[in-house]
Design a binder for this molecule. Structure first.
Ligand code: ACO
Ligand code: ZN
Length: 306
């Protein structure tokens, strides 16, 4: 029975057709059996419906979906026309089908167990790119999910950038957006563990550049104050960096460590924060040189649910 069970569950899906890309999948996802038998799955980039036949996919694009639907469901809560991105808030309870399709799609690129069908306790934040020729047409790029009610500090449950859009800074932008929401809730947050390898490198990079830019800002303010003989006391603490960023104190520490900023006070068990300006400038210059799309925090149209 074990072998038979194994065969039954084994998915044949190797590739997905998405927009006009063919994407190789990384892991298996529990699509219904009749879909798992196919090597290629056709997925609509707007409603994320999956199909096995190219004919039904074509028909869906031309008639059923494309004409009425060219963006995710839910509410557009962020829009930047110049950077050509929009972010949508999708409630797992109101759009069960879409969110289940989204989780199945994500599972194709995630090794760890994730949820697929029990989407109602989650909110999904979907990042789209505005089409070059038609800005009313939105291309799905990636998303993160977040538990609506939780007593932990988790502010991201699952995060994904589709492989065709990876290494362009979109993961970083989604992470930044998750902390923007967390700061708007006057909280701090951290991603749900365990992180995947790619999740870990992306988060470590985000924590590093975020702490670097805050230290730089505080440093410049200090220089300005000392020139104008402003006597306002200047102090940096892990707590203050946590408040400024929405990051948990332990994630702040991970950022500080990568900037050689934590210095043990001799003869004690306490640490001081050191500003290594050349290091900070190097980290920031390197990131800036990539010219990735960044958020304009003023463009958020969102209030926390109470
Ligand atoms: N190799 C090395 N460094 C990487 C890589 C990689 N493949 N991907 C990201 N990084 C680091 C780099 O420092 C990168 O900066 P650089 O490109 O300037 O060197 C930085 O992270 C930011 O990368 P982005 O381009 O912003 O990230 P991306 O859009 O590629 O998305 C993500 C990152 C979401 C983790 C993506 O790799 C992904 O979807 N992976 C599959 C799903 C997954 O593992 N999700 C995380 C699970 S953990 C969780 O959900 C809480
Ligand atoms: Zn569709």
């Amino acid at each position: 029975p074990a072998a038979a069970m194994g065969n039954y569950l084994k998915s044949k899906i190797k590739r997905i057709q998405f927009r006009n890309f063919e994407i190789e999948t990384w892991y298996t996802a529990p699509y219904p059996e009749e879909y798992s038998r196919s090597e290629v799955l056709f997925i609509c980039e707007y409603c994320l419906k999956y199909m096995v036949s190219p004919v039904s996919y074509e028909r869906h694009q031309l008639k059923n979906c494309g004409l009425f639907n060219n963006h995710p469901p839910g509410v557009e809560i962020y829009r930047d026309v110049e950077s050509r991105i929009a972010i949508w808030e999708v409630d797992g309870r109101k759009n069960i089908n879409y969110c289940q399709n989204l989780c199945l799609l994500a599972k194709l690129f995630l090794n760890s167990k994730t949820l697929y069908y029990d989407v109602e306790p989650f909110i999904f934040y979907v990042l789209t790119e505005l089409d070059h020729d038609d800005p009313t047409n939105y291309h799905f790029v990636g998303y993160f999910s977040k538990e609506k009610l939780n007593n932990s500090d988790y502010n991201v449950s699952c995060i994904l950038t589709l492989p065709i859009y990876q290494r362009k800074g979109y993961g970083n932008l989604l992470i930044d957006f998750s902390y923007l929401l967390t700061r708007s809730e006057f909280k701090y947050g951290t991603p749900e563990k365990p992180l995947s390898d790619l999740g870990l490198v992306s988060y470590r990079n985000y924590w590093k550049i975020t702490i670097a830019s805050k230290l730089k800002l505080l440093h410049d303010k200090y220089i300005l104050n000392s020139k104008t003989e402003n006597t306002e006391r200047f102090s940096i603490s892990i707590e203050c960096l946590s408040k400024l960023t929405g990051m948990t104190p332990s994630d702040v520490v991970v950022g500080l460590e990568q900037l050689n900023a934590l210095i043990k006070n001799p003869g004690t068990t306490t640490y001081g924060i050191l500003i290594d300006l050349p290091k900070i400038n190097e980290v920031l210059a390197k990131w800036k040189s990539k010219k990735h799309t960044t958020l304009d925090y003023n463009k958020l149209r969102w209030k926390p649910m109470l």
